[in-house]
Every structure is written in structure tokens, then in C-alpha cells.
Design a binder for this molecule. Sequence first.
Ligand SMILES: [Zn+2]
Length: 333
Amino acid sequence: MVKLSRRAALGALAAVPVAAPLLPHLVPAAALAQQPAAAPAAQQAPGFYRTRVGDLVVTRINDGQFARPKPTEGFVRNASADEVAAALRNAHLPTEALTIPITFMAVQGGGRTVLLDVGTGGQLMPTAAHGARNMAAAGIDPAGVTHVVISHFHPDHIGGLTGADGKAAYPNAEILVPEAEWAFWMDDGAMSRAPEAMQGTFKLVRGRFAAYPAERIRRYGSDAEVVPGIQAIAAPGHTPGHTVYGLSSGGKQLMVLSDTSNHPALFVRNPGWHAIFDMDPTLAESNRRKLFDRVAADRAPVVAYHFPFPGVGHITARERGFEYEPAPWSSEL
Ligand SMILES: [Zn+2]
């Protein structure tokens, strides 16, 4: 066996000509110097993702995110700061701010383009202002939307009903809203009894719907099939008319959980935790547990509005609580 000293080995390497024959794919340095420097990208890749439910094509459309500062302080009503911090750390999330994604969706099939909620409309916060751009990237024209189905009237779900000009963002759509949600937010008595901080929400809600002719707003009952293949399931608690949906087509199903749970690292792991946003936290918890039990037992795929994008996956029962398991990203539809 030939033994090379370290010095001889290095010398042998240095003697190999590093010119063209070894690295033919490299552009000569002189040519590189003439290229303009490539600027790094300034924004995230388009945020849309497709999945199929039988004959229905679902497009998840990311609207962006908002950062909840200090999620260990007051965000979960009935857990200590230490418990919330531990849950965040277990999920490899920072404890000083919680990123809450916002993703609505389009359901296309049977000649219809149905939106389930519409995002913020870019009018609530600069970090949640990508819905229109991502919908355009997905090739969905707002003028071609036939139905808008609203789960509840929180501003991050209905803000996008109008553009910044105050006009209807979906000029040809029928707007479908839960009867119980409409009854609450349009009730002057409820508005006058609401705390100061909620008065602005009442005004925003009323302004958004006022942009549409009354005859184009249809109220649906608690267990209506709102559009063929989209079954409403009343799940109040988060708000009085909060609604989730069972999508079904060709023997396939998808449960649209809306705001049954905010961030899964907190409220799927701990279904008994109460988020500050839930108007009736006890009722919200009871419906959350029922829905999680059902989708876990059925092994039904789920999507949810505030889960990490694209928010498509399963919920599995654990010894204590549940786990959200994101579905693998698929390059095939
Ligand atoms: Zn929400």
C-alpha cells in the first residue's frame, strides 16, 4: 500500500488543475462579474394550496398572520403563564409572541366557486393583507365567486367582504350567513349592552354587510346544506352563531373546523383551555371536544382557519388532549 505523507497528499491535490475539465458547469469568474447582483426576495412565495374532496377542489388561501404579544399573559383564560409557556416550548414556538395564521378557502365544483370566509380584506393589520394577492395567484377571480359562506362575524373572517374603497369585493356572489350570528350582531340591544371594546366590531360588521344588497344576503339555519356538498353544523361558543362545515363529495369528506380551536399547539393539545376570543368559553369547549372526538374517531381530514398554513391535516386523540397532525404536502391534486 502506498502511504502518502500529509504534505505529499496536499501537494498532490494542489497539483490537480482546477480549470475547466474538472468543473465544466461553472461559469468563468469573469462572466459572473458582469452579471447584475441578484437581489434577495422581499416577500414570501404565494400562499395557496390545493386539495381535493371527491369532485370538489379546495384551495386554501393564506391571508397572512397576526402576532399575539405575550401569549402567556391573558390569552388563555384558565391556564397559568407557566403552563402556556410550556405548551409553546413543547411545540418549538417562542413564548414572547404567538404567530396566528389566517387562511380562508375556496371550494370549486358543480359550476360554483364558493368562498368559506374571506379574510381581513387587508384592513386590520399590515401582516394580514395577502388574501387578494394569493387568490389572484391561485387564479380565482373575485367577480367569478358565486357564493360566500360566512362562519361567524369576527373581523378576520368578514373584513374582506369589502375592499379598501368600501365596495363589495364579491360583486356577483350570494352571501350566506348563520341565522344565529346575524340575529346577534344586528340586534341593537346586544350592541348597546356590549362592552366599549366590542362596539367597533358591531360597526365593522354592519358596514361590511351594508355594501351588499339585502336580497343577496341569505341567512341559513343551524344544520342547513348551505350549498350542495357543504353541510353547516352549528358549533356556538366562540360566537353565538359560530358554524363549522362538513364537505362531502364522491364518498370523500373534509371537516372545516373554522375557529373551533385557535392555535393547535395550545387548544388542540389542551381542548379545555379557553381562548380570550371565545364569547361563551364553556359552550365553546363542549363543542370543541365533541368535534375533536368525532373527527378523531372518523379519522376525517380537517382544515382550520388559524392552524399553520395550509392547515390541512388530522386530529388524533392522545392520552391527554389531542394532537394536530399536518397532512403531507402533495405535489399532486
Ligand atoms: Zn378567527
